[in-house]
Design a protein around this ligand. Structure first.
Ligand code: AMP
Ligand code: MG
Length: 408
């Protein structure tokens, strides 16, 4: 077992301990937020035929190449074609067909002129200017062409992805199964959120934040009952959580206090303990183990420590398991907007906001944050990483950050 590993090393060890979930086939209707487990090639062109993007007349450009205000050209109208219909005849030399938005371009024609630029009766239409071959024609396959790789395995199914799949007639698709995370909160001080607060007790707030971040990352979450700080109770809870769990997460009891039993429990259960504690502030209290093949990620009880260490080191692993091809948090540099006065002799992770000002990426860091405080995370879309320093960080300095925007 390693002790006091760097955050990046801890993250790698957790990533190495997990594997990608099996796949399942589901309805497109259920697919939002899931991860594609197959490459999608277009088997059809979208649009499937060349069409008119407007209401007007379709003809051969050749026939009006001499047209002008002084010498207008008048052509007979053969018929009308509306969306959903197909012309019964081709456009031949010296003729036009009335066409409405979305209708297929009849054979022989290569130009659509909009109503507003013509004069017409029900029998004939007059043009006052020439037009270029291909103008106002949406070509077949403009959006997608047959055989084209459209979507890749490992991509999240977002709103446009779902529409693309629908356009290709994919009503069922292969996705990765959701990662099922079971969350166990340990701590004799914890009471459920709907119970009255008696002296010395606190509400279990942390688990709700963690569960939300995990759900945003694509997991399904079960919140297990709170557990007292005893070796036996924690041990029983971890054993019971094994059923259907892809990952078990615990909070509390991973430090060095008399009631910090997680390490004892995981060791006595025969788990393979990967590491204990990280060089991470907040979030140093951390135990990573693998128990009967299931990763057990034990976070601090302090809500901010738990959330920050989980986002930085566990969420990439959950995303990897979920099948994402890009599972790491994106990293970005921004310019500190206001001085951050707290000193960080060992470095520090601080929740903050990334925004654009005068076309530059700016970062605001929450000056009022602490291990036990959840509210500084509210509205934050990044976690800033401050290098060890005996001083604070001045406005205008470049700050490195991890993007948690997807998880708020
Ligand atoms: P621990 O990691 O068990 O030493 O707990 C650290 C601090 O976090 C203590 O002040 C606990 O009371 C508090 N704490 C532990 N678990 C939770 C929880 N689920 N929700 C909110 N606070 C907690
Ligand atoms: Mg505790």
């Amino acid at each position: 077992m390693k002790e006091r590993v760097e955050m990046r090393e801890g993250r790698s060890m957790i990533l190495d301990a997990v594997s990608v979930m099996d796949t399942e086939t589901i309805d497109l209707l259920e697919a939002t937020g899931r991860v594609l487990a197959e490459d999608i090639y277009a088997q059809e062109n979208i649009p499937p035929f060349s069409r008119s993007p407007l209401d007007g007349y379709v003809l051969r450009a050749q026939d009006i190449k001499e047209a002008s205000k002084e010498n207008p050209v008048t052509l007979p109208i053969l018929e009308e074609v509306a969306a959903g219909q197909v012309a019964t005849q081709p456009v031949t030399k010296g003729t036009a067909i009335k066409i409405l938005t979305g209708a297929p371009i009849p054979e022989g024609a290569d130009l659509v002129v909009k109503f507003e630029d013509t004069e017409f009766t029900s029998e004939q239409v007059t043009f006052f200017a020439p037009g270029k071959s291909g103008d106002n024609i949406v070509p077949v396959g403009e959006d997608l062409k047959v055989g084209q790789l459209v979507l890749k395995k490992g991509q999240k199914i977002t709103a446009p992805v779902r529409g693309i799949l629908a356009g290709l007639g994919k009503s069922r698709l292969k996705v990765y199964k959701k990662v099922h995370v079971k969350l166990i909160s340990t701590g004799s001080e914890l009471v459920p959120i709907d119970a009255p607060l008696t002296p010395g007790k606190i509400r279990n707030s942390s688990v709700y934040t963690l569960a939300s971040y995990l759900q945003e990352a694509g997991a399904s979450v079960t919140i297990c009952p709170n557990v007292e700080d005893t070796v036996e109770a924690i041990s029983d809870a971890v054993k019971a959580a094994q059923t259907d769990a892809d990952v078990i997460m615990t909070t509390g009891g991973v430090s060095v206090g008399d009631y910090d039993h997680l390490k004892t429990v995981m060791t006595s259960l025969g788990a393979d303990v990967l590491f204990w504690k990280m060089r991470l502030k907040p979030g140093a209290a951390f135990l990573a183990s693998v128990y009967n093949g299931i990763p057990v990620l034990s976070l601090s009880g302090n809500p901010a420590s738990a959330a920050i260490s989980m986002l930085l080191t566990c969420v990439p692993a959950i995303r990897k398991m979920s099948g994402y091809s890009e599972y790491m948090l994106r990293e970005i540099d921004g310019i500190l907007e206001t001085d951050f006065t707290k000193k960080s002799p060992n470095g520090r992770m601080v929740p903050g906001k990334l925004f654009i000002k005068d076309q530059k990426p700016m970062i605001w860091l929450s000056g009022h944050s602490g291990n036990g405080m959840l509210h500084p995370l509210e509205g934050c879309n990044i976690i800033g990483e401050l290098a060890p320093s005996k001083e604070g960080v001045k406005a205008g300095s470049v700050v490195h950050a991890y993007d948690i925007g997807e998880f708020i």
